[in-house]
Design a protein around this ligand. Sequence first.
Ligand SMILES: Nc1ncnc2c1ncn2[C@@H]1O[C@H](COP(=O)(O)OP(=O)(O)O)[C@@H](O)[C@H]1O
Ligand SMILES: NC(=O)OP(=O)(O)O
Length: 311
Amino acid sequence: MRVLLALGGNAMTNADGRARPEDQIEAARVAMAAVADLLQHDVDVVVTHGNGPQVGNLLVKNELAAAVVPPVPLDWCGAQTQATLGFVLMDALDAELGRRGIDRRTATVVTRTVVDADDPGFARPTKPIGRFLSAEEAALLVEHGETWEDRGAKGWRRVVASPEPLRIVDAPAAQALVDAGFVVIANGGGGIPVVAEPDGSLHGVEAVIDKDLGAALLAGSVDADVLVIGTDVPHAVLHYGTPEARDVGVVTVAEMRAYAADGHFASGSMGPKVEAACRFVEQGGARAVITDLAHLADAVTGASGTVVVPN
Ligand SMILES: Nc1ncnc2c1ncn2[C@@H]1O[C@H](COP(=O)(O)OP(=O)(O)O)[C@@H](O)[C@H]1O
Ligand SMILES: NC(=O)OP(=O)(O)O
């Protein structure tokens, strides 16, 4: 069985979301121990990951240092997060594999993902990145032209353009490495967004792709049987945050789409995970599971988490 595991921002840093290096290294250790468990049970794993906290932090560093160091655009920041997180995840996984005597090599693929230059997402920022601020702090940055959004209890967060991922340019490289036996990390942060010119050339654009939607696309490209979306909750929940809250267990894609249409899953958090799970199953995937890392081993067999299956 081949599993595409998408690690959310929550699985990549600690609860305060500040993304200090030591927090990211510790989160990677926990996540890669879960991956090693699967490898030990003969499950083939391809990993992708979010980059929201990290890419937002890099963007701020660029902006603060602009007077002395030439700033780089958001797509460059995205590429930098793929490299850094790939390196941290490979270090963690290599250490875990070494401890268990598992003879597997790891590789990270810098991955570009094509988007449409006319995607409506460029006109309407929706992707939350970086740290959370208070309403007063966010208001100052809005005055400087940034877009910030109230994200509830944790505070306000900057939002940037997030176009639909259409095609993963470097999927064949990821696939070749998978076929050669590598544990591959690819399409981090949903992929570096690029647009294709009529002559076929590509250039980066300033946006951050949703990593769950990117994961659904990657899963098809690397022939994954199962998509597992790893986050900080064991299930998607109906009537979330209310006394009527109810976990979703095994559910058909039609039922899940109906729940989504009824507004059960928040945009920018559970909403894209549910959309990605539905897309993967509609594309022919056996099942897509939304759960936390503690339930990963049972999730791949469909015995735990929210399990979306064909109709
Ligand atoms: N209906 C829902 N069921 C479960 N969680 C939900 C729901 N709606 C919103 N959420 C929130 O979605 C969060 C997971 O999404 P997100 O924070 O974007 O995860 P990640 O960073 O792991 O990708 C949960 O911590 C929860 O607070
Ligand atoms: N790119 C992306 O979706 O990152 P997060 O999962 O960290 O928000």
